[in-house]
Every structure is written in structure tokens, then in C-alpha cells.
Design a protein around this ligand. Structure first.
Ligand SMILES: [Zn+2]
Length: 385
């Protein structure tokens, strides 16, 4: 090949790389999009820069970069409390094969519960970032960014090992053009959440899961995905495609959490989603917590699912094809024995109507209920010989 041709080829590659890079930066709004709100309260800390600021200011918590996203962004975890010596001899799955999870992690009355908060893996769901930054603030000072005291929550940090990943998908968060969806139509959230096809039509949920990685017929790459088009919630857990997923699982396997949540949002009232593929006893526990949490929301006059709402505990569906996927929370259970579930918060869209204050309270009340549940309902893994 002539040198001129080689140069020309390099030039084309560089131009293509530039176009690809710039399309991954935070998206500019299109003419028909509603404008960004200019009155987002100071306490509503939903940006990647808010996470950076929080981490720089840590006094008690210890932060670690646990992965780098395809877009070159750090994924952080913040740790509180000493890690126990689990006297581990085996991975969880093998310990279960040996008929006692104690071979994976020894947990008795003298060990602290481990609580694991996995911030949004979907970038258009920043409500979990708001909650977790405020939770870190509570851990550090006893108060959230509104100045509201949460003494019980603060106290739980003295009694537990806590791991917080403020954002599980910084690529997606960076590409999401809105810092909040309060007062924004659900349709706009869907457009930037699951993204669009090349012809501009929306991918929408759940059709957005029919192409994975989300590469090819993509106009706007939804904030659902990292820059490689991976939806971390539906990664390949036996051979993860995303570094973010690997890091989330490495922590689960090393820390043996008693309880773990994956934080999500939709245009909905807040609720816990059942772990579709977990043992019956674990589903019972999740249903129990879900019901207690909903009752808290009712008592506090926060958005809720109404009296009498509850989760199904069915073991299996009997249809010829699975109706529920083996997603990240199912995999987390089978990787570490943890009580893992998904939580959905309202976004505050025009359709769900939640306010900034309600969204923050919904998050912090969830965290308080998780701590409280696990303190009262621990599962001990002990030697029986
Ligand atoms: Zn989600």
C-alpha cells in the first residue's frame, strides 16, 4: 500500500474516533426536548462531579476506584467499618455443595452485618446517586444535605460493615443530559434512558433488551448502557463483558453481604422487586422487607404502593420458557448468598409526580429499613460440628 493511502486511512480512522468520542459526551438537548430544570435543589446531588466532591471530603469512609468504565471514568466504592475475618475456605457455591455456607464465610453473633448498596447501573436513574451521596453525608455527619438528622441510620454505621457504590455506570450517567427528571415527561426519560434507533424511534423498555450489547441500530445510545452498549443488569454473569460488572461481583464475593440492593427508578411509586431466581426462603425474606418498607412509606405519607400490596413468593413459573430473567440480583445471590433485590424509585416525572424531597426521603427510608431488617433478621453461618 502506498504511504499516501496509509496516511489517508489513518486520517479516516482518527476522524471516526473523534465522532465516536464526541457522541459519547453529555448529549445536547434536541429542539423538541423540554429544557433542563434550573431550580434543582442543592441537596439533590445527582452528578458525577457531586460524587467526586463527596469522595474528596470523606473523613471516616474509605474510597477506592474499583473499575474504570469504557469511557475512562472511575467507578468508586466507599467502605465503612472493619471487614471481618470470614475464615473462608471455599467460594459460596462450593460451600453450599459442602452443605454449609460457613466454609465460605463464618458469620456468628460476634460478627457485624454487611450491607451493600449498589448505585444506579442505569445512567438515567440518578435518584439512587442522590440517595447514596446523602447516605454518605449521614454516615459522616449524622445529617443529610437538607440538614435533616437521621440518628438511627448514623447509628447503624457503627454496627455494620457498609459498602456503597454511588454510581455503577458513570458512562451512562455522563451521557444522560438531565440531572433530574422531576417535572419532565416520562417520554423524554425513555428517549435518553433506553435510547433511539437510527431512524429516531425509541427503543423503549423492554424491547431495549432485545439487542445486547446495544450496538448497531443506535441513534442516541441510551444512558441504560455503558459506552460499549452493555446493560450491566443483564451482563453475562458467568463471563462478564463489563469491568463495572466484574467489580460489583468481586466486592460481593469478597464481602459476603448479608443484604444488597441494586437501585433503579421508573415512572412509578417506590417498590422492591422480587428476586426472580432465588431460593424460596430468600424470596420470603425479600417479600417481608418489601411489605415493611411499603408500610413505612404509607405511615410517612410518602408515595407508596397502597395498603394490601405485596410480592409474590412463587418458586418457579411453569411456562415452557422462563418469564423472568436471571439478572444481576439473582446472580449476586448465587455468587455470595446475599439477600439481593432490586429497588425502584420514582423519577419525579410528570406522570409519577414525586418531588425532590420525597425522592430523597424514599431513598433514605429504604436504607434505614434495610439496616433495621438485617439487624433483626440475620442469618448466621456457623460450624455445626
Ligand atoms: Zn434501571
Amino acid at each position: 500500500m502506498k504511504p499516501g493511502k496509509i496516511l489517508c486511512r489513518y486520517f479516516v480512522i482518527i476522524v471516526l474516533m473523534f465522532i465516536a468520542q464526541s457522541s459519547f459526551a453529555q448529549l445536547a438537548l434536541q429542539a423538541d426536548d423540554p429544557p433542563r430544570k434550573t431550580n434543582i435543589p442543592e441537596f439533590y446531588k445527582s452528578k458525577l462531579s457531586d460524587i467526586e466532591t463527596e469522595i474528596k471530603g470523606l473523613k471516616t469512609g474509605k474510597a477506592k476506584v474499583i473499575a474504570t468504565s469504557p469511557g475512562g471514568l472511575p467507578v468508586y466504592a466507599v467502605f465503612y467499618g472493619e471487614k471481618e475475618n470470614f475464615q473462608s475456605h471455599a467460594n459460596y457455591n462450593s460451600a453450599v455443595g459442602a452443605r454449609n455456607p460457613v466454609y465460605y464465610a463464618m458469620k456468628d453473633e460476634n460478627t457485624k452485618p454487611v450491607v451493600y448498596f449498589i448505585g444506579p447501573v442505569h445512567g438515567q436513574e440518578p435518584e439512587g446517586i442522590v440517595g447514596l451521596i446523602n447516605l454518605i453525608r449521614v454516615a459522616e455527619t449524622g445529617k443529610d444535605y437538607r440538614g435533616k438528622a437521621w440518628p438511627e441510620l448514623k447509628n447503624f454505621f457503627e454496627q455494620c460493615r457498609v459498602i456503597i457504590i454511588p454510581c455503577g455506570n458513570p458512562d451512562g450517567r455522563k451521557r444522560c443530559p438531565y440531572d433530574s427528571f422531576v417535572g419532565i415527561p416520562q417520554e423524554t426519560m425513555t428517549k435518553y434512558g433506553q435510547g433511539t434507533k437510527k431512524d429516531g424511534t425509541l427503543w423503549r423498555w423492554p424491547h431495549s433488551k432485545s439487542l445486547h450489547p446495544m450496538v448497531g441500530d443506535v441513534g442516541i445510545l441510551g444512558a441504560y448502557y455503558n459506552n460499549n452498549g452493555i446493560n450491566i443488569m443483564h451482563d453475562e454473569f458467568f463471563s462478564p463483558m463489563a469491568e463495572e460488572t466484574k467489580a460489583i461481583f468481586k466486592i460481593a464475593m469478597e464481602e459476603a453481604p448479608d443484604i444488597a440492593v441494586s437501585l433503579h427508578s421508573c415512572s412509578c411509586n417506590p417498590f422492591i422487586i422480587q428476586n426472580a431466581h432465588a431460593p424460596y426462603f430468600m424470596k420470603e425474606r425479600i417479600a417481608d422487607l418489601a411489605q415493611k418498607l411499603n408500610q413505612q412509606y404509607i405511615d410517612l405519607e410518602l408515595p407508596n404502593m397502597g395498603q394490601g400490596w405485596g410480592l409474590s413468593i412463587s418458586v418457579d413459573d411453569f411456562s415452557p420458557f422462563p418469564q423472568q430473567s436471571f439478572n444481576m440480583v439473582s446472580a449476586l445471590h448465587y455468587a455470595s448468598g446475599t439477600m439481593a433485590f432490586t429497588f425502584e424509585s420514582p423519577h419525579g416525572t410528570i406522570e409519577d409526580g414525586a418531588t425532590y424531597d420525597e425522592i430523597l426521603d424514599i431513598q433514605l427510608v429504604l436504607y434505614r429499613e434495610m439496616f433495621s431488617y438485617i439487624m433483626d433478621n440475620r442469618l448466621y453461618w456457623k460450624n455445626t460440628e
